[in-house]
Design a protein around this ligand. Structure first.
Ligand code: HPA
Length: 234
């Protein structure tokens, strides 16, 4: 048991999928895992451990934003021995070629700042995905017939952004989408020698202002979980 996770030692798998929304953790565990048991309810940030194709997996909510994800990822890695962490979440598209429901596999995550900023000082650390996971996820997306893009994303500190000039510069520099967690996940994975990847479904579009209807989100979310599980155990 840690400050934020109530699971006993041994109740967390070495492979952890991390949706932002704890209710999606429950849905994904019930839909994809065998013998899923709830291992965390502290602050309602639900976590479940079960098996997928015989492999032990934990699906633990991360909450929204890098400070929240940082708490859960730190405790999962340092206290429970998690070694492979895959974020499964939504993002806003920033390029015309990226469509609603497409999947983005985040190769690198630009950011203004992460909770780890303090240790880097003048250094612009470049948080990046684990190559083996990234390649396996790209293969899984092809096998499943899911439209996927591999490239850079932006991990923002705000959902309601007031810097259109920054968005414009990122679009110019090919950033595919925006979300709020991945840069810190990749930074922690680098620090502790773990594997990390973010598999993101496009839920809204910054250029066309379209948004995925609520009923479509679940099915698209399922593709993401499938890709993440196949990549983890490829
Ligand atoms: N901005 C930030 N985070 C997000 C978005 C967005 O448009 N969509 C999903 N997560």
């Amino acid at each position: 048991m840690t400050i934020h996770i109530g699971a006993k030692t041994g109740e967390i798998a070495q492979t952890v999928l991390m949706p932002g929304d704890p209710h999606r953790a429950k849905w994904a565990a019930e839909t994809f895992l065998t013998d899923a048991a709830c291992v965390n309810q502290v602050r309602g940030m639900l976590g479940f451990t079960g098996t997928w194709n015989g492999h032990r997996v934990t699906i633990q909510g991360s909450g929204m934003g890098m400070p929240s994800l940082s708490i859960y990822a730190n405790e999962l890695i340092r206290d429970y021995g998690a070694r492979t962490l895959i974020r499964i979440g939504s993002c806003g598209a920033m390029q015309e070629a990226v469509k609603l429901r497409d999947v983005i596999l985040a190769m690198a995550a630009s950011t203004l700042s992460t909770p780890s900023r303090g240790i880097f000082r003048e250094l612009n650390f470049a948080p990046c995905a684990d190559y083996g996971l990234l390649r396996a996820a790209a293969d899984a997306a092809v096998d499943l017939g899911v439209g996927a893009h591999v490239g850079g994303i932006y991990s923002s500190d705000v959902f309601y952004d007031e810097r259109p000039d920054l968005t414009e510069q990122m679009e110019r520099h090919g950033i595919l989408g925006v979300e709020m967690e991945t840069a810190e996940l990749y930074t922690l994975a680098a620090r502790y020698g773990c594997r990390a990847l973010a598999v993101l479904t496009v839920s809204d579009h910054l250029k066309t202002h379209e948004a995925l209807p609520a009923e479509d989100r679940e099915r698209s979310f399922g593709d993401m979980v499938d890709i993440a599980l196949r990549a983890a155990f490829a």
